[in-house]
Write a new protein. Structure first.
Length: 103
């Protein structure tokens, strides 16, 4: 079928996107935990880029604006969820590549 390679590529692309999002959230989590300077351009860029990705968890654990070393639970929950979705998509992409030969 012609749709299988397209579906496989879409699943792989979505899995890579989820992996990139999870990586960015991991960097945000570490920067917050290690008390990175919020005025630093890299810290500011990562924080600004990942802020919209945390909207499902912001109402549960709102981020504290104070520059204190804290475990940002919203970032950790987002990291776990995006990584899990990425793994499921990657496994689905692998399942489409298997042949239908009898075992």
């Amino acid at each position: 079928m012609a749709t299988r390679p397209v579906a496989r590529q879409i699943l792989k692309l979505l899995a890579m996107l989820c992996g990139a999002i999870a990586s960015l959230l991991g960097v945000r989590f570490l920067l917050r935990l290690l008390l990175a300077n919020p005025a630093n351009p890299v810290t500011s860029f990562v924080s600004t880029l990942t802020r919209p990705l945390l909207f499902p968890w912001d109402h549960l654990w709102p981020p504290t604006p104070l520059p204190i070393a804290t475990v940002e639970r919203a970032a950790l929950a987002g990291l776990v969820c995006y990584a899990a979705v990425g793994l499921v998509l990657a496994f689905l992409g692998q399942a489409t590549t298997r042949s239908k030969e009898p075992v």
